[in-house]
Design a protein around this ligand. Structure first.
Ligand SMILES: Cc1cc2nc3c(=O)[nH]c(=O)nc-3n(C[C@H](O)[C@H](O)[C@H](O)COP(=O)(O)O)c2cc1C
Length: 306
């Protein structure tokens, strides 16, 4: 009788019991999902991106359904890093799963401060740097679109912490391979991709954006899966550090596509809104697939694209 397949994966200094975790911004601060599933079954939990100060986020309309996905403009609503550490972090004490804290800022100095503050929290296993934020010092252009800016952010975060450091890339980067290489050079332990590409939807009767005054939003859900898969595959070929794949994953089959393309782990985003237990189905489905294939470890499928 073959045993249960080994799903564990290594990212930086972190050993994950399996390669499946929710994506930032789609799983609150973790606690909100506790009534629906055993959080200890997850490889890790990634919390909503935290900023230095609390943010109320965007005005309505914040989201609208589009073919095979949603457009969302949340505006990084969050309680701020200090309140997170005081009020939300205690929930994780004694919870046996990895905790990844996502950070986002408007200047390089803000990222550095955030990384220093989060570094002091012993319970946090890793920091994910969300580079899909506007750089106020550079006229609001996205940090994530420029390898030099991403390198600067990665390096200040690296200087601030010995925790595992992931950098979450934007698909709006002109050359995503160059951005990923810049992260590796600056000391990132892994890259996560993709954050949501920007999209629009117009209400033809009012001739206004379906996202109201926000006008544009991040496109997420199955609509972006082929794009995410392609970019993951591109980046896997450019770097030696682990790649975490995210974009439209809603089943074990979807997750396996990313693993076969070379992702070490995957994140599930929008699908948590449709089924809050979806991450468990993905974990169990990957295990069953491995058993069916007569494989003993998830490592045996990672990067096996023919
Ligand atoms: C409502 C919503 C909020 C999000 N908030 C964040 C966030 O705070 N930080 C972040 O890095 N990504 C955020 N994202 C992007 C997701 O983490 C993920 O990269 C993207 O949605 C693609 O995955 P999916 O297609 O599985 O949703 C958000 C996405 C959605 C839909």
């Amino acid at each position: 009788m073959p045993g249960v397949p080994d799903l564990s994966v290594q990212i930086g200094r972190m050993r994950l019991k399996n390669p499946v975790m929710p994506a930032s911004g789609t799983f609150g601060y973790g606690e909100e999902y506790a009534p629906f599933l055993d959080l200890e079954a997850l490889g890790a939990i990634v919390v909503k991106t935290l900023t230095l100060r609390p943010r109320l986020g965007s005005p309505p309309h914040r989201s609208t359904e589009v073919p095979s996905g949603i457009l969302a403009s949340i505006g990084l609503q969050n309680v701020g890093v200090e309140r997170f550490l005081d009020e939300k972090l205690p929930f994780f004490e004694g919870l046996d799963t990895r905790l990844i804290v996502s950070i986002g800022g408007e200047t390089v100095e803000e990222y550095a401060r955030l990384a220093r503050v989060v570094d002091r929290a012993e319970r946090v296993d890793a920091i994910e740097v969300n580079v899909s934020c506007p750089n106020v010092r550079r006229g609001g252009i996205h940090f994530g679109s420029d390898p030099h800016m991403v390198e600067a952010l990665t390096s200040v975060a690296r200087d601030a912490t010995d925790k595992t450091l992931l950098v979450k890339l934007s698909p709006m980067a002109g050359d995503i391979q160059a951005v990923a290489v810049a992260c590796q050079k600056a000391g990132a332990d892994a890259v996560t991709l993709i954050n949501s590409p920007v999209g629009m939807a117009v209400d033809i009767r009012s001739r206004g954006s379906r996202l109201g005054r926000n006008r544009t939003g991040g496109l997420a859900g199955p609509a972006i899966r082929p794009l995410a898969l392609y970019l993951v595959w591109q980046v896997v070929q450019a770097v030696d550090i682990p790649v975490v794949g995210v974009g439209g994953i809603g089943s074990a089959e979807d997750a396996l596509e990313f693993l076969i393309a070379g992702a070490t782990a995957v994140q599930v985003g929008t699908w948590n809104f449709i089924d809050p237990r979806i991450t468990l189905d993905v974990i169990h489905g990957v295990a069953h697939f491995l058993e069916d294939q007569g494989l003993t470890a998830v490592q045996e499928v990672v990067g096996t694209l023919g």
